[in-house]
Design a protein. Structure first.
Length: 336
């Protein structure tokens, strides 16, 4: 094979009186986009992960009440209760049932609104994925809106065929962010949830990766590489300045918080020792508004059992932009 041509490296030297001035000058020259600040209130509130294993919206609502009361009882009430996507979907289905019952003319005594949830300071979790076993997906195949999902034309008839993938153990399709109508549909869903839940924050997961390349398929030009993340960041920005993403390629100038990757609940380089290097890495590539992983790590999904690990992690987290909890302190002592 012929040797690759080695081009000389090119450097740009910025001279200034101090590091701050040099950084500001370099930023002005290299970045043509002005940076917008996200909701700075986020920096003052801890995030409490709401962990529950239920399969009905009313049970989620009841467990939320219990968890909120317990936070107040331990004088930990000022914070954000974070719902995962499963709990968000269960509450969303309650909203759907509520709207249907109102349309059918049922009495108000038999309908369910969510006044308790509206009183709480919560964050919900959404993703661009939709299960293939849902009514919404099957309807899209019959009403001509299959282009709502990332698709490829079939070789024979040229009809769009949605590309399936797996998300959180389910076969799903992924929202086509190059379709303005599909984006409007997603924003309408957010607006509906806002009306019934009154959430303060939205976490957008699942933007990472390239669905086509992962399955050895040639992606459309508009979705090559990591462009999907950039489109999702635009969508997040249109939702508001209280949106949190789990990836943010080329979006450091947007008013978004970036949620860092989950860590192991141990003392290793994949756990406690990864906090500072990961934080420095994100800061170096331009992400100043970060939400580190929960105290004690959350990758395993289980509560932290090592009291010493929890305490040391909490001591480090006290100096990080935002503190989030996967394991509540009362697990170790009712006095905490």
């Amino acid at each position: 094979m012929p040797s690759m041509e080695r081009l000389p490296l090119q450097y740009t030297v910025c001279v200034a009186h101090n590091v701050k001035a040099a950084h500001q000058e370099a930023t002005q020259q290299l970045s043509k986009l002005s940076r917008e600040l996200p909701n700075m209130k986020t920096l003052w509130l801890p995030f409490w992960k709401f962990l529950t294993n239920v399969d009905m919206g009313p049970k989620v609502e009841r467990e939320l009440r219990t968890f909120s009361n317990r936070l107040r009882r331990h004088q930990l009430g000022e914070g954000v209760i974070s719902l995962n996507e499963h709990s968000t979907n269960l509450l969303s289905e309650m909203d759907h049932d509520y709207l249907n019952s109102r349309k059918r003319g049922m009495s108000k005594r038999l309908t369910r609104d969510l006044p308790l949830v509206k009183l709480l300071n919560i964050s919900i979790t959404l993703s661009p994925f939709l299960g293939v076993d849902t009514t919404q997906f099957h309807t899209s195949l019959t009403d001509g809106t299959e282009d709502f999902w990332l698709s490829l034309p079939s070789a024979t008839q040229g009809k769009l065929i949605p590309v399936m993938s797996q998300w959180q153990g389910r076969f799903c399709v992924k929202l086509n962010l190059t379709n303005p109508v599909a984006v409007s549909w997603f924003l309408d869903r957010v607006e509906s949830l806002q009306a019934h839940l009154g959430m303060e924050y939205i976490v957008l997961e699942g933007g990472e990766g390239n669905l086509f390349e992962e399955q050895a398929l040639r992606p459309p030009l508009a979705l090559s590489g990591d462009k999907y993340i950039e489109l999702l960041a635009d969508l997040a920005t249109s939702i508001g300045d209280s949106t949190i993403m789990t990836a943010g390629t080329r979006s450091s100038h947007k008013p978004l918080f970036v949620k860092m990757a989950p860590l192991q609940s141990d003392w290793s380089l994949m756990g406690l020792k990864a906090i500072i290097p990961s934080l420095l890495h994100h800061a170096l590539v331009g992400y100043n508004f970060l939400i580190p992983d929960a105290v004690g790590g959350s990758l395993s999904g289980d509560l932290v059992t090592d009291r010493e690990l929890f305490i040391r992690w909490l001591e480090i987290a006290a100096f990080l932009p935002v503190i989030s909890f996967h394991t509540p302190p009362w697990v170790f002592s009712q006095d905490q």
